[in-house]
Design a protein around this ligand. Structure first.
Ligand code: NAP
Ligand code: GLV
Length: 320
């Protein structure tokens, strides 16, 4: 009997496919760079399962060609790269990778918050550039983290995990969602506030909201103006939740103290990007979930989801 074909849009270790080789045939993009759109559009014509990453757009054009497709497994928890409603209309199940990356992404978010507040990258570069001549009272003095107020926008799985870390630093916790989370309030001592209140009262504003039509450019000029000029903005959600020009302006004019960013409007950014020229910004190349352990779990979960759909036992983490 013909084995269902699964297309894998990124190079992943072939040993993770071993347990599935008897049931499925695999085709994998073999280079380190993302698969070209034209290749993906060609491959999708035959595939019954697609393993993809957040750099692939799963849109109308692709779904129209995907006449055999039954499941798309996104190797990310965020799924703004996929037209989920349209996939449903085409009878395609979409899955993501929640939970397995929560703690790892919160670790990175907190690392970014700390690195930005305490000027860790700047200080490292200071030594590298042979500029450390003396100890001085205010040499590379940053901002305290402990006992400062953190405001979490998007108190979901990762938001709660960030709050758990903040609790250990004795930070008062404010949060904003569309709905209140009474359980989290009790467990973490967090206080629900409006978006504007959060911006006005927080020393650290951390964005962990999914990118949707509602959150597109949520952090705009008006939002940055409401924040304290001593505040630090941390974004581990998606670049497009931010009006990047407004952010750059706020940082350049010291309306905002600093920013720690894992995500950008147009990824990848390069060294000449205006954000990279600012000393009060720490930029990371979208590595929120990038530990060896977690990335391995994400790959395994994608394969379990595809196999569950194609073998009829059901996906573990469906979106639609
Ligand atoms: P989640 O559990 O679904 O949490 C998202 C939270 O955002 C929910 O509590 C939701 O609450 C809130 N939210 C949604 N729309 C909102 C709006 N318009 N205004 C205010 N709050 C809103 O998701 P998660 O697992 O924590 O992941 C969150 C996001 O993090 C992902 O979507 C992804 O974009 C990003 N992420 C980035 C990385 C990275 O590498 N940097 C890694 C993992 C995830 P309500 O529904 O009540 O509003
Ligand atoms: C990464 O950005 C994710 O959404 O998992």
């Amino acid at each position: 009997m013909r084995k269902p074909l699964i297309y894998i849009s990124r190079k992943i270790p072939s040993d993770v496919l071993e347990p599935y080789q008897n049931q499925f045939q695999f085709r994998m993009w073999q280079k380190e760079d993302p698969v070209p759109r034209s290749t993906l559009l060609q491959e999708i014509e035959e595939a019954e399962g697609l393993f993809c990453t957040l750099t692939e757009k799963i849109d109308r054009e692709l779904l129209q060609k995907a006449t055999n497709l039954k499941v798309v497994a996104n190797m990310a928890v965020g799924f703004d790269n996929i037209n989920v409603e349209l996939a449903k209309e085409h009878g395609v199940i979409v899955t993501n990778t929640p939970d397995v990356l929560t703690e790892t992404t919160a670790d990175l978010g907190f690392a970014l918050l700390m690195a930005t507040a305490r000027r860790v990258v700047e200080a490292n570069n200071f030594i590298k550039n042979n500029r450390w001549d003396n100890w001085a009272p205010f040499l590379l003095a940053g901002s305290d983290i402990h006992h400062k107020t953190i405001g979490i926008v998007g108190m979901g799985r990762i938001g709660e995990a960030v709050a758990k870390r903040a609790k250990g630093f004795d930070m008062p916790i404010l949060y904003h969602n569309r709905t209140r989370k009474l359980e989290a309030e009790k467990k973490l001592g967090a206080t629900y506030v409006s978006f504007d209140d959060l911006l006005e009262k927080s020393d650290f504003v951390v964005s962990v909201v999914p990118l949707t039509e509602e959150t597109n450019q949520l952090f705009n000029e008006a939002a940055f103006q409401k924040m304290k000029d001593s505040a630090i903005f941390v974004n581990i959600s998606r670049g497009r939740t931010v009006d990047e020009e407004a952010l750059i302006h706020a940082l350049e004019t010291k309306q905002l103290k600093a920013a720690g960013l894992d995500v950008f409007v147009n990824e990848p950014i390069k060294g000449e990007h205006p954000l990279m020229k600012l000393d009060n910004v720490v930029c990371l190349p979208h590595i929120g979930s990038a530990s060896m352990e977690t990335r391995t779990k994400m790959i395994e979960l994608c394969l379990e989801n595809i196999s569950g759909v194609l073998l009829g036992t059901g996906p573990k983490t469906p979106i639609n």
